[in-house]
Design a protein around this ligand. Structure first.
Ligand code: S3P
Length: 427
């Protein structure tokens, strides 16, 4: 797909539903008694993989363009699938469902695409095995395909090495099936959608600092879930409006959970012209409209506890940094290497191809801002967030940019290019 410079970005945009919350709504709805309805569900390939897995586990899930309806069968209502479960490209599906499958009385084999088969699963195999499950990485490399034999589980207190909501959620979900309380302590707080939504479904989940504890037992009850817009998808428009001249963009209904809103804090640090217009809050997931205008950005340091709150936004933040005055340093983000692609190397390689001055480090990137970008051939490595980040960069580069496998945005934002085109003005 080819891209050239735009003059301005103007208008309004509504980004699709939050990916993390959409996955969880299907999973917890499947484990609840009764019906769960989900409005503004993200119909991206990753969340459709979750629907497909739960259908194979015997759950009826009805889809209309407006509503997903899950006919939950309770904590012990899943049935053995007749075939492999395929999580596609989705790390969230793979890791969270592994926690659930660990507590079942049947055996499952779980696989995914070439990228998923390279992503580290030892981080869930270890705690779930400690709880009593039997999990085998079939190729012996600590990755999927995984054979999971559910067993009676024991509660544990687990301290994770990395702040990962997927690991935390996997353990908490297994904890629903354990014989005593299960708790997870992480080095920094990762996104807390599981804790909030499990509580809404009736689970007993307590949090204190970076420790979350779940008690086994209470039955979950079907809920009505309204998914806010995905701040990770809004991030491309936040960045694009900041770096494009003469731009003003209103992004409607964006989830602003404080464990996800690091991009807004970075905007403040970079001097971006962002106005947050909060909505009245009626449950645990806050949301807001965001008004973004062209900005004179300055470089900043992004590190420490901020990292888990913006981990998926770092590729597009690196693009913003190319348009900022001064140096931006991203550190403590080694997790970027084990996402859908190695996002440290892939960002450095592609930004360098566009003429940016970027250094890849062990745990992040150093970007010297202020050098004009030029169009280039970009390899997305089939990573949706890389493709979207470079579509944003290309709108502000000289010449033509061609993004390979650009359609991989289907994973999280199928209408991304149409939406970007609709607000772009070239005259
Ligand atoms: C997610 C957690 C994060 C994030 C991913 C979605 C989730 O992954 O990068 O896109 O929904 O729990 P990690 O748990 O590996 O940090």
């Amino acid at each position: 797909m080819k891209f050239t410079r735009v003059k301005s970005l103007r208008g309004e945009i509504t980004v699709p539903g939050d990916k993390s919350i959409s996955h969880r709504a299907v999973m917890f709805g499947s484990l609840a008694q009764g019906t769960t309805t989900v409005e503004n569900f993200l119909r991206g390939a990753d969340c459709l993989s979750t629907i497909d897995c739960f259908r194979r586990l015997g759950i009826q899930i009805d889809e209309t363009p407006e509503l997903i309806t899950i006919h939950g069968k309770g904590l012990h209502g899943l049935t053995a699938p007749s075939q492999l479960l395929d999580a596609g490209n989705s790390g969230t599906t793979t890791r969270l469902i592994s926690g659930i499958l660990s507590g079942q009385s049947f055996e499952t084999t779980l696989t995914g695409d070439a990228s998923i088969q390279k992503r580290p699963m030892k981080r869930i195999i270890e705690p779930l095995t400690q709880m009593g499950a039997s999990i085998t990485s079939l190729h012996g490399n600590g990755c999927a395909p995984l054979n999971i034999q559910g067993r009676p589980l024991h509660g544990i207190h687990y301290t994770t090495k990395v702040a990962s909501a997927q690991v935390k959620s996997s353990i908490l979900l297994a904890g629903l099936y354990a014989d005593s309380a299960t708790s997870v302590t992480e080095p920094a707080l990762s996104r807390n959608h599981s804790e909030l939504m499990l509580r809404q479904f009736g689970a007993d989940v307590q949090t204190e600092g970076t420790t979350a504890t779940i008690q086994p037992g209470p039955a979950l009850a079907g809920q009505k879930i309204v998914v806010p817009g995905d701040i990770s998808s809004a991030a491309y428009f936040i960045a694009a409006a900041c770096i494009t001249p003469d731009s003003e963009l209103l992004i409607r209904n964006v989830g602003t959970n404080p464990t996800r809103d690091g991009i807004l804090r970075v905007c403040r640090m970079m001097n971006a012209d962002v106005t947050i217009l909060p909505h009245a809050q009626n449950d645990g997931e806050p949301s807001a409209d965001l008004l973004i205008r062209s900005s004179s950005l300055k470089g900043c340091v992004i590190e420490g506890e901020l990292i888990p709150t913006l981990i998926d936004e770092l590729p597009v933040i690196a693009v913003m940094a190319c348009f900022a005055e001064g140096t931006t340093i991203i550190r403590d983000a080694a997790e970027l290497k084990v996402k859908e692609s190695n996002r440290i190397d892939v960002m450095a390689e592609n930004l360098t191809a566009m003429g940016a001055q970027v250094t890849a480090t062990d745990d992040g990137l150093i970007i010297e801002g202020g050098r004009p970008l030029r169009g280039a051939a970009i390899d997305s490595h089939l990573d949706h967030r890389i493709a979207m980040s470079f579509a944003v960069a290309a709108l502000n580069a000289d010449g033509e940019t061609e993004i390979q496998d650009a359609e991989c945005v289907n994973i999280s934002y199928p209408a991304f290019y149409q939406d970007l085109n609709r607000i772009s003005s070239r005259t």
